[in-house]
Design a protein around this ligand. Structure first.
Ligand code: G6P
Length: 628
């Protein structure tokens, strides 16, 4: 009889907390604000950023300094903040999403009349509509960011009441945001707003703060108030008043932070990898939601809508490592939904393979960093032969993004652990959107199936959140399996594609010999390696092929294997054949890869932990491989 590691069906109201891309901070008190902001921003550097800036209010004037690159450069430019006087200010470290990492795109952003300055963490999903509206009303836009609409909205709604203007502006925003806003009419006041992006107020004595991340605050105060979604705070040096979204004043509890700085950087998790695994619902949500509007897939910022699909007779996906395995999922999905032949090629092989590629080939390039040397070389080789290129990249302004004809960004935020997790799941999510979009455009996907899949794709963040609820059970499994010498991962079709990434995760961080096999291939050799107690991880989420995989499970069981199966909640067939079962929430089979990888990431993580490995920095590996 198997042990059950059960996940409930998708919880309807799960809110994804704790995911963010940029870092924000604010100070109001009796000291000069600039040096305090700069020290706070330095504590946010660990999370990765590409530009930074501060705005300080002195009497009734707001001054600003912004740089692309490091905070050290900002310190140099402002003489460690001494060039500014003023006791209230806001600061920002930016991880570019909308617009390249330039000085102008760095935050804060200022209103045209110079009265307001804003820092923002999150994504404003309806920024294009708002930008058009504001431009029509005569507001000038200096940057390419989504954030700039916020400050112009505040200016537009200001009729003498700062808080009301911010509340009105916020009511127009869709997406996720933590905001800090200055108004030159009220020189010691900051208004902070939170919606789906973390934000906390630091409570001092004669000084108060806000930040997106507790690390920026612990050097100043350990007493904090956590804002909830929809809440606003009016912060002055002596007073903090919190309001709900209707403007009603509310009482908030003050919490004491006891984390040391290292624990705070990891959001209380032991490793960045675990933190990033947990961030996946938010990362996928940030990546897909802005592209899903009124039952359509939209590619506003990439210009991809202009791609002439009729001219495409073949798709080649190229990448390295996990990104290549994301491409393997993409092949199954695109071929199934779009009926266009898809080849997935390792970039290191493709670049030297004299590939058969011409102007009718669409090249999809997947890369978290956008800087992988082999991927860049393969891409150049294919583009030379006439292919149109579409890159799916996490780092704005990276080399691959610059070279590609079209770029769609995964908005996963900075990834610090060497082994990718949210990079992979956000890439797979974009491939789903692409397949839906192309299938509809090419007419290979009928309206009913399109709608069903569209609705299911929207549910992916919740399904991932649900699969994460396995967390308390996975460590037990890791204790059982960690001392094995080898582990085999098997599956068919999309399950096979996921088993490749599952095995790679296990190898990378636990140093255990892990291999993925197409389940149907076992008989052609690998089954000779199956012996007593040999762990086999069997992926059984592709409904149409489950019976076949069950037969393979039976075959390896008959040779003594210990089988851990991953399947859906209602799949009672597996219970009678596998030794252990992990359930994932029900989702359309073709979309299951992005969910079934979650328990495999956790398994790799906890096996590595049992084995005492350096999880965030595995030996011999680099986060970004910029040499051949
Ligand atoms: C390295 C990383 C992997 C990553 C691969 C491709 O090997 O350790 O996690 O999948 O590079 O990187 P890219 O940035 O191109 O996705």
């Amino acid at each position: 009889m198997s042990r059950l590691y059960n996940v409930d069906i998708i919880k309807p109201n799960t809110i994804f907390q704790g995911f963010y891309m940029c870092g924000i901070m604010g100070y109001t008190g009796s000291l000069d604000a600039a040096p305090i902001l700069l020290e706070g921003l330095k504590k946010l550097e660990y999370r990765g950023y590409d530009s930074a800036g501060i705005a300080v209010m002195d009497k009734n004037v707001i001054s600003m300094s912004k740089v692309s690159g490091r905070i050290a450069h900002l310190c140099e430019k402002t003489n460690d903040g001494k060039l500014f006087s003023g006791h209230a200010g806001i600061g920002h470290t930016r991880w570019a999403t909308h617009g390249a990492p330039t000085d102008t795109n760095a935050h804060p952003h200022m209103s045209n009349d110079g009265k307001f300055a804003v820092v923002h963490n999150g994504i404003i999903e309806n920024y294009l509509t708002l930008r058009d509206e504001l431009k029509e009303k005569g507001y000038r836009f200096d940057s390419q960011t989504d954030t700039e609409v916020v400050v112009h909205l505040v200016e537009m709604y200001f009729e003498g009441d700062f808080r009301k203007a911010v509340m009105k502006a916020a009511s127009r925003l869709q997406g996720s945001y933590a905001l800090g806003v200055l108004c030159s009419d009220e020189p010691d006041k900051i208004i902070a707003v939170r919606e789906y992006s973390p934000l906390l107020i630091g409570v001092g004595i004669g000084d108060n703060y806000f930040a997106s991340d507790v690390t920026a605050l612990v050097q100043y105060t350990r007493n904090v108030i956590y804002l909830d979604d929809g809440e606003f705070a009016e912060i002055t040096k002596d007073k903090i008043t919190v309001y709900d979204c209707t403007g009603k004043e509310i009482n908030k509890e003050i919490n004491h932070i006891s984390w040391d700085i290292q624990a705070a950087e990891k959001g209380g998790y032991e490793h960045f990898m675990l933190k990033e695994i947990m961030e996946q619902p938010g990362a996928v949500k940030a990546t897909i939601t802005p592209r899903m509007k009124d039952n359509e897939i939209v590619w506003d910022e990439s210009g991809l809508d202009k791609l002439d699909l009729k001219n495409v007779n073949k798709i080649v996906i190229t990448a390295c490592g996990s990104a290549y395995y994301a491409g393997c999922v993409g092949k199954y999905v695109i071929e199934e939904l779009c009926r266009i032949p898809v080849q997935v090629e390792l970039a290191s092989e493709l670049r030297y393979s004299n590939p058969i590629i011409d102007e009718h080939t669409l090249l999809i390039v997947l890369s978290q960093s956008g800087e992988t040397a082999d991927t860049i070389a393969a891409m150049k080789e294919c583009m030379k032969r006439g292919a149109k290129s579409l890159s799916v990249v996490n780092v704005v302004g990276s080399t691959i993004a610059k070279i590609a004809d079209y770029t769609v960004y995964t908005w996963a935020g900075p990834e610090i652990a060497v082994a990718t997790t949210k990079g992979y799941t956000t890439q797979v999510s974009i491939l789903y959107l692409l397949a839906l979009w192309m299938g509809k455009k090419a007419g290979t996907l009928d309206e009913t199936l399109y709608q069903k899949l569209y609705d299911n794709v929207k549910m992916i963040p919740k399904a991932i959140q649900n699969a994460l609820d396995l967390n308390p059970k996975i460590p037990q499994l890791a204790k059982k399996y960690h001392s094995s010498k080898a582990m085999f991962f098997i599956g068919r079709n999309t399950d096979y594609a996921v088993s490749l990434e599952g095995a790679l995760k296990m190898k990378e961080i636990s140093y255990l010999h892990a291999e993925a096999y197409a389940a149907g291939e076992l008989k052609h050799g690998t089954i000779a390696l199956i012996d007593d107690h040999q762990p086999v991880i069997a992926l059984c989420c592709n409904s149409s092929l489950q019976e076949k995989t069950i037969s393979n499970i039976v075959e390896v069981k008959a040779r003594g294997a210990e089988v851990l199966a991953v399947t859906y909640k209602d799949n009672s067939n597996i219970i009678s054949v596998a030794d252990d079962v992990i359930y994932i929430p029900q989702i359309e089979s073709i979309l299951s890869p992005v969910v079934e990888i979650i328990p495999l990431q956790l398994l790799a993580y906890y096996v590595a932990k049992e084995n005492g490995c350096d999880i965030d920095k595995p030996k011999n590996l680099a986060k970004s491989v910029t040499v051949e």
